[in-house]
Design a protein around this ligand. Sequence first.
Ligand code: SDX
Length: 428
Amino acid sequence: MADTNASLQIGGKSFDYPVRSGTVGPDVIDIRTLYGKTGAFTFDPGFTSTASCESQITYIDGDEGILLHRGYPIDQLAEQSSFMEVAYLLLHGDLPNKSELETFVYTITRHTMLHEQLAQFYRGFRRDAHPMAIMCGVVGALSAFYHDSTDITDPKQRMIASHRLIAKMPTIAAMAYKYSVGQPFVYPDNKLSYTGNFLRMTFGVPAEPFEVNPIVEQAMRTIFILHADHEQNASTSTVRLAGSSGANPFACIAAGIACLWGPAHGGANEAALNMLREIGTPDRIPEYIARAKDKDDPFRLMGFGHRVYKNYDPRAKVMQKTAEAVLKELGVSDPVFDVARELEQIALNDEYFIEKKLYPNVDFYSGVILSAIGFPTSMFTALFALARTVGWVAQWNEMISDPDQKIGRPRQLYTGQAQRDYVPVGQR
Ligand code: SDX
C-alpha cells in the first residue's frame, strides 16, 4: 500500500499521488488517475522512468549489478540449478521439490514433438532464411495447431500452452538449423535432458549415433539459465502488451521473438561476434573504440551497454568464466576470445565508457561459446529466444492472472498539424 504521497503542481493546483514501495528497489508513484484529474499525460519515450506493471518474478539492481529470479541470485542458479528447475521457479514462484521437478520434467519432455504438419511449414522458407524469421513464423503458427490451449481465461489451458512452448522451442530452433544446412530433421529423444535433447536434434544425424558432450551440455545449460528472464525488457514488454489484448499465447511469444531479433536487444549476440570477427586482431581495437565514441558514427560496441545495468552485467561475468572453461576443455583457441577480453579491458579503462557506465552485457561473450560449440552466428538469437521463452511465458501468466490488468494503450504528445480543411487537387 501507499507509504507516502507525491505532490504535483499543475496549472496552479496541487495533486497528490500515492507512492508505493516494493520488496526492494525504487519506489513508484501511482499516477493512474493523473490524466483523469489533470488532463495531462506523462511523457517518457523508451520508458526510462516508467514501471509498466507489478511483478514478483525478476529483480534487477542496475547500479549494484544484481539479478534475482524469485529472490535467487543468478550466479547461484547458474552454478547450482538446472534450466528445467529455473523454468519451474519462474513459472511457479519457488524451487520445486524432487517430485515436483520430476513431474515438471516429465510433462515438458512429453511435449517436445511438433505436429508433423508443421514440419511442412519449413519447406516454404528459402534455405538461407534467417532462423529468427523461421522462429517468428513457426511459433505464431502453433496457434493453428493447438486450439485446445488458446483459451487464456482457463488456467489449465494457459499452463498447457506454457508447457508446449517451453518444450517445443528447442525442437523448432533445431529444425530451423537443420533446414538451413540441408540435413534431415532429428526427432526428440525423451531419454535425454532438455539441453542434451536440443544438442542431439541440432548436431545429430540419422546416419550415426550422437553422444552428448557433457562439457557442451553443461555450457548450454548455463547459457539457457543466463538468458531465461530479465524483468520488463523490450521483448517481455512486447509479450505483455500483446497478451493484454487477449491474444493467444503462441501469437504473444511470436511477437516477443520478433522484438528480440533487433540488434539493440537479443540480436546483439550475433552482432557482437560479427563485430569481434571484423576487428580480428587486438591491434585494430583502438580504431573501433574511436568509432564507438564518435557521435557522427552510428557504430556501437555490440555487447556493451545496458538500459538498466550501470555496472557489470552479472550474467556477463558468468558467461566470461564459462567461455574460458569451455574453450579450454574443448581445446578450442579462438582469437576472437582474445580480442573480446582485450577490448573489454581497453573499454573499461576508457573515460567515455567509464563516464557513460558502459559495461559488457550478456551478449558480449555468449557468441564466443556458441561459436566454439559449432553454432553459426545466425542461430545465436534463436538460442536466446529458446531460453527466454520460459521468462516470457512466466511473465505472460503473471499478467493474465493480475486482476488489475487491462489492455495496454499508451497515449502521445501530438505535435502534428491542427485541424484543417481538405483542398481539392486542382487548388493545391
Ligand atoms: C539485451 O533490457 C534488457 O534487459 C535487455 C537484455 C535482456 O536480457 O533482455 O539484457 C538483453 O538486449 C542486452 C543489450 C544488448 N544490446 C547491445 O549490446 C547493443 C549495444 N548497446 C546499445 O545499443 C545500448 O547500450 C542499449 C540499447 C543496450 C541501451 O541503450 P539505452 O539505455 O537507450 O542507452 P543510450 O542508447 O541512451 O546510451 C546512453 C549513452 C549514449 O550516448 P549519449 O547520447 O549519452 O552521448 O551511451 C552511449 C550512447 O551513444 N552508448 C554507447 C553504447 N551503448 C550506449 N556507445 C557506444 N557503444 C555502446 N554499446
